[in-house]
Design a protein around this ligand. Structure first.
Ligand SMILES: [Zn+2]
Ligand SMILES: [Zn+2]
Length: 362
């Protein structure tokens, strides 16, 4: 069973998906697992040579015209073996009493970032990270063609404590028949701001924060690494493009290469500073722009009101009863303090050795 159910009290959708675990004993096994990720590559389905251990690939960037589903790839995208949502499910809506349900049409894919079992995303060179970012773009563009899908979210879980079940570095993509709650709120706030001010909220924020300076950990001609004013988590950072753009999928290869450089520095500074912490990152971009009957103004100002970005959250604190019950987060490290540490880490890394400097300076 895969479906979305609406919670009328919380005013949000929840995905019910029974692909992975359904019996109490399935959860007991998961609870007993140690927190360390299996480091050995034996039987890893994401390593080069194990292409037959995953479902057939949807997209890949390959060297020397190697054949699909064989070695010779740089980045490989495959369907998730245990999908939370699946495209074949079809999308239809119905009600059961006061409750609303949408069947689980969607997609769940895995982006295997490198054939190398022992490297993290930040360890890859800038060209390689660019290929990962190009894969994100190509998958978003393709899934935006399906009118059943209302959002495509790309995210990464690094290490078991951040939700990774396979150690080999990878990102994931989930496309949903609903705009996810966090995005819906962000998109709505940006649209309302535009309606009253005719300006992009995030453009205003970037301008003010660059002037203020104390929460900017790094700045290039194109991007900033920002520690949000109201960071929910210690050492939370956002990568924000300085130039206004609503849709990540419109970036060209050059724009993605510059983003790869900034992302690498961000991830390496966290690795250096916090001893390779578990982290999540999410890509927030615009939803596909379809005209819908009954919603003539659906995201009609989005080109002007929304501003794509990446949010990176090290998982250093646990989400406990207060956070779950109240929705308040307690952050023990002010973003201004985090910024100073991050700035030092970025600078010390960038200047550490000539060799590393060359591989970073593109
Ligand atoms: Zn592997
Ligand atoms: Zn903007």
């Amino acid at each position: 069973m895969r479906e979305l159910r609406f919670d009328p009290i919380r005013n949000r959708w929840v995905i019910i998906s029974t692909e992975r675990a359904r019996r109490p004993s399935d959860y007991t096994v998961a609870n007993n697992q140690t927190n360390t990720i299996d480091k050995n590559a034996i039987a890893c389905p994401f390593c080069e040579g194990s292409e037959d251990k995953t479902p057939p690939e949807i997209f890949a960037i390959r060297r020397n015209q190697s054949k699909p589903n064989s070695p010779g790839w740089r980045v490989r995208v495959v369907p998730n073996k245990y999908p939370a949502l699946q495209i074949e499910d079809g999308a239809f809506r119905y009600a059961t009493g006061i409750f609303d349900v949408v069947s689980g049409a969607g997609a769940h894919e895995v982006i295997i970032e490198t054939p190398d079992h022992n490297k993290g995303l930040g360890d890859l060179d800038v060209d390689w990270i660019t290929d990962v970012l190009i894969s994100f773009r190509e998958r978003i563009k393709d899934l935006f063609l399906d009118p059943r899908l209302r959002y495509v979210l790309i995210f990464k879980n690094h290490k078991a404590q951040a939700g990774a079940s396979i150690a080999h570095t990878h990102s994931q993509l989930i496309a949903t028949p609903m705009v996810p709650p966090v995005l819906k709120q962000e998109l709505t706030v940006c649209r309302e701001n535009y309606r009253s001010k005719e300006r992009c909220l995030i453009c205003d924020l970037i301008k003010q924060e660059i002037e203020f300076g104390k929460r900017i950990a790094y700045e290039t001609d194109d991007y900033i690494i920002w520690a949000p004013f109201a960071s929910s988590f210690p050492f939370e950072t956002w990568i924000l493009p300085k130039k206004h753009l609503y849709n990540y999928a419109l970036l060209n290869d050059d724009g993605l290469s510059k983003l790869a450089y900034t992302l690498k520095l961000n991830l390496l500074s966290l690795k250096l500073l916090l001893n390779d912490p578990p982290y999540n990152f999410v890509l927030h971009t615009s939803p596909p722009k379809f005209t819908r009957p009954g919603h003539p103004e659906h995201w009609d100002s989005i080109e002007f009101d929304y501003h794509w970005h990446i949010e990176i959250i090290p998982r250093l604190t646990t989400i406990a009863g207060f956070e779950l019950g109240a929705g308040f987060y307690i952050n023990p490290t002010p973003p201004e303090v985090a910024t100073e540490y991050l700035r030092d880490a970025i600078n010390s890394y960038a200047g550490k050795t000539q060799e590393k400097k060359i591989s970073l300076d593109r």
